[in-house]
Write a protein that binds this ligand. Structure first.
Ligand code: NAD
Length: 868
């Protein structure tokens, strides 16, 4: 890092010029979390250019540094990161991001062009790559910028599609007419890209074999040189082989040395730079300006890059690898790596989310939204014992984004149909329980396959029925798929009778048998996932089901019924019973033929169900088993040394993702006094920058809350909060639709209603704590124990939180929502639930009785051998 400020950096840069090196300046800083920060960045870039420009008037001309083969080039050269200029940049909201980033870049480009400055657009992680390329192309095609040649863009040769991107840029450059520059690098986000794609189960965008990147780098460099009249090449590498191979190729093409630029990082590989300068090449240093702590990620990236086992610099300067090996052609005996994410045998993998950086996924999602819109207004019947039943009592489901639209209608069950459904399930149980576990597992695997087939339409329906933004809707569908596959797998394991005990003369076998009719009562907030999880667990374990979805999500529940039927589910095994909770839910809970009640929803209803189900009715076979998952008042602790870039983004996502309507949502941020003000500043500005809008609009970070009733309830809780705490921030929302603004209260009393009651909406209470112990005490000071977490860089405090925070799911240095099947088995304790964790190894056991069969194998003093 050349200096904290441009002023500090200037002497360093001038010294470089004395050593016949030129530079490009990059501004380091915190991640841009808000529009305020984005505008500050824009200003910093403008100031940086002004500052450098002013001083550069005094710099001596150097033909080596200030001309290329086409003529003079700017002395001032600045590298800009697109994501620093727009806090909401995302490929999902493509058009919006494109427009906003261009708006922010335009004044920078304007100033650069007017003052003969070079602007290079840097490249960051892969998810921004295509967007950044398009921003660059569109901007430099604008009439104001079209004839200027001092623009540059980065291509990362470690990306599998980099060669194609260059091919595309060549075509573009030909059409544009005026050349521009490509800085070819190998890329500095390799760890992130491989880990991220592995976690997402997406194709790995980078080459995983270093030689492939090295070889591709040379191929890309040659491709650019082949079109040197259209694109200028800046070679960003410290690898002598990569550089020299390219130099030789350029020479063979008869290009002058000035046609090629070599770029290296400030502070590194100085002997190589010197040699190249002596050889007559223009060498440019990538010089960063900024504070050390926010710049740490940059430094660590460099450190990793250059100390990795495969780094040229390490091999050359530290490991003393011989020149022949170092200069070996990377294209020789190249082994190709697979773009598929690595798989381990026997490992469970979650269904991948849609990658919205891919144009076809965005387009397909839009098409699905269109297709579902065309079905608006249709009426769904009940399905009992495989038969469609209508009752004439119709529930109309309005679109929470546009309440005048009716997404669909359902016939509501009365107690008469509830009785029929329970009877049907009871009868079906007699045969279903005898089906082999394998067949049951196959059924729900088939179901998973069908959900996957229809994933786009199902997600689109959730966008309209539940107000889920795109990504949230997609996540709900994949979770449903995961539940099916995970429980099927688990059932196969549990179906193996386990030998217990070890004495001879006796064989004891531990086995599981189904319980009977299972009443599934589901919430609306994970409309497909939670419902599918509960139903598929019951079905795969040999039970039959009465499925009572939440009123607000009965349409998607009908789709689940439809897919169950298509998967070959026998009549009566799953019965679809939409209806009012207080009516049919209540009726079924008390029914003697119901053996298990599995419920997910609010504490009030959950506790009521426990009580009601606890009463044994005449004709009841066994006491009802209740699996009850309830609410939370989840807290995230922000320690005084937390990384605010991460913490602010994590709190916002946890608090406002899906409008705060996740049971795991963060509704309390408990912040250490030392960092409180800084955290609040960034939190508010960042919240101000998120977009609240219709859920079908891909740029919406937040959509509406689920219905009119929730809207009224949340707003009245906010009103109550205003009486007891300081309202720090409340956002803007569209005038119509059930929108609740993201709302932040500060210095909330932990004992107040804001600090204690589940609101289930986008309302965040920020609470001040003096010490980490105090923060933990506050976090534990509610009746719930669902999720929680902490952002901290102190190993001691992290350990303390791990040991002392009483929640079912505890997350460190990440958001506290988004639990994934198998990776994060989910569920709480205290008043958050009684039951084993969903998506975990104990879950489906709850739907079965364990039975132990012990056989005396001793006959008149003889026993068969152990193996038989
Ligand atoms: P809710 O309790 O209002 O409704 C849940 C279900 O219960 C619905 O199907 C409803 O019709 C039914 N119901 C209502 N009254 C009933 C009665 N008397 N007898 C039988 N059934 C009845 O909850 P909701 O608004 O759908 O969901 C939000 C709540 O769910 C929040 O409190 C949230 O924290 C909780 N939740 C918890 C988890 C978890 O895993 N712990 C997951 C999701 C949601």
């Amino acid at each position: 890092i050349t200096g904290e400020t441009p002023k500090e950096a200037l002497p360093v840069l001038k010294k470089a010029r004395k050593n016949h090196l030129t530079f490009t300046v990059d501004l380091l800083g915190e991640t841009t979390l808000s529009e305020k920060e984005a505008l500050e960045y824009q200003n910093r870039y403008l100031e940086l250019m002004q500052w450098l420009l002013k001083d550069s008037a005094k710099w001596d001309d150097s033909p080596l540094l200030d001309t290329d083969d086409l003529g003079p080039i700017p002395k001032v050269n600045v590298s800009v990161k697109a994501s620093a200029l727009y806090s909401q940049m995302s490929a999902k909201a493509w058009e919006n991001s494109l427009a906003e980033v261009k708006t922010r870049l335009r004044p920078i480009f304007q100033f650069a062009k007017e003052n003969f400055i070079f602007i290079n657009i840097d490249m960051e992680s892969f998810d921004h790559k295509d967007l950044t390329l398009q921003i660059f192309k569109e901007l430099i095609s604008e009439p104001d910028f079209k004839d200027y040649r001092h623009w540059g863009i980065v291509i990362q040769a470690y990306l599998r599609d980099s060669y194609d991107d260059i091919t595309d840029l060549v075509q573009f450059a030909k059409e544009r007419g005026t050349p521009f520059t490509v800085r070819l690098v190998k890329g500095a986000y390799w760890d992130y890209e491989t880990i991220h794609s592995d976690q997402q189960r997406w194709e790995v965008p980078v080459y995983t074999n270093k030689a492939e990147s090295d070889w591709n780098f040379e191929c890309c460099a040659r491709l650019i040189l082949d079109h040197h009249q259209n694109i200028k090449l800046a070679l960003g590498s410290h690898n002598v082989r990569s550089i020299s191979a390219t130099m030789i190729y350029a020479e063979a093409l008869g290009l002058p040395k000035a046609a090629l630029e070599i770029q290296m990082l400030y502070g590194m590989a100085d002997p190589i730079k010197k040699t190249l300068v002596n050889e007559g090449y223009r060498v440019r240093e990538y010089a960063t300006v900024g504070e050390l702590i926010p710049g740490m990620a940059y430094l660590v990236r460099r450190l990793l890059e250059n100390t990795s086992n495969e780094s040229f610099l390490r091999s050359k300067f530290s490991d003393g690898v011989d020149s022949m090996t170092l200069l070996k052609n990377p294209g020789e005996n190249l082994t190709e790596s697979s773009p598929l994410p690595p798989t381990k045998p026997g490992q469970f993998y979650n269904a991948p989310l849609l990658d919205f950086t891919k144009k076809e996924n965005r387009k397909n999602f839009e098409n699905a939204l269109e297709a579902v819109r065309a079905t608006f207004g249709q009426t769904r019947p009940l399905v009992i014992n495989g038969k469609e039943i209508t009752t004439g009592q119709i529930l109309e489901r309005e679109n929470p984004s546009h309440p005048q639209e009716i997404v669909g209608k359902v016939h509501l069950a009365s107690n008469i149909e509830a009785e029929q459904a329970i009877k049907a399930a009871h009868v079906a149980f007699a045969s279903w329980k005898k089906e082999p576990a394998e067949k049951r597992a196959e059924l729900i695997e088939k179901l998973a396959q069908l959900i996957e087939r229809d994933r786009l339409e199902l997600a689109a329906l959730e966008v309209y029925e539940s107000g889920k933004p795109w990504v949230e809707a997609d996540g709900d569908i994949t979770e449903a798929i995961d539940f099916c596959r995970y429980y099927a797998r688990d059932m196969r394991k549990l179906a193996q009778r386990q030998r217990v005990g070890g004495v001879s003369g006796e064989v004891s076998l531990y086995q599981y048998i189904p319980r009977g009719v299972t009443l599934v009562i589901a919430p609306w907030n994970f409309p497909l996932a939670i419902l599918t999880g509960m139903v598929s667990a019951a079905v795969v374990t040999g039970n039959t089901v009465v499925m009572k979805p939440a009123e607000q999500s009965s349409l998607i529940a009908y789709e689940l019924m439809r897919l169950f039927k298509e998967a070959g589910c026998p009549d009566g095994v799953v019965n679809y019973l939409p209806g009012l909770g207080e009516e049919v839910g209540e009726y079924c809970t008390g029914h003697a033929l119901v053996d298990t009640v599995t419920f997910t929803g609010s504490k009030a209803v959950g506790l009521h169900i426990l009580e009601k189900a606890g009463k044994v009715m005449g004709g009841q076979v066994h006491p009802k088993k209740c699996i009850i998952e309830m609410g939370g008042k989840n807290a995230l602790i922000i320690d005084s040394d937390a990384d605010l870039d991460e913490a602010v983004a994590g709190v916002i996502y946890s608090a406002f993702g899906f409008q705060g309507q996740k049971c795991s949502a963060c509704s309390r941020a408990i912040v250490l006094d030392e960092i409180y003000d800084r955290f609040i500043d960034r939190l508010i500005e960042s919240t101000r920058s998120i977009y609240v809008g219709f859920s079908e609009d891909p740029k919406s970070y937040m959509g509406p809350v689920v219905d009119r009733e929730a809207h009224t309830r949340i707003l009245s809780m906010i009103e109550k909060g205003r009486q007891e705490s300081q309202l720090l921030y409340q956002g803007d929302v569209p005038p119509e639709g059930h929108f609740v603004p993201p709302t932040i209260f500060g210095d909330v009393d932990p004992k107040s209603s804001l600090g204690q009651d589940e609101i289930f909406g986008p309302v965040l209470a920020v609470i001040r704590a003096q010490t980490i112990d105090h923060a933990i005490e506050i976090a534990n000071g509610t009746e719930y124990g669902l999720t929680g977490g902490a952002y901290s860089r102190s190993p001691m405090n992290i350990e303390k939180v791990k040991n002392e925070l009483d929640v079912g799911n505890l997350y460190i240095n990440r958001s506290i929502t988004g639990a994934m099947v198998e990776r994060h088995p989910f569920g709480g304790f205290k008043m958050s639930g009684v039951g084993e964790k969903t998506g975990g190894p104990d879950y489906i056991k709850q739907f079965m009785h364990a039975k132990v069969v012990t056989e005396n194998t001793l006959r008149r003093g003889f026993a068969p051998s152990e193996e038989s």
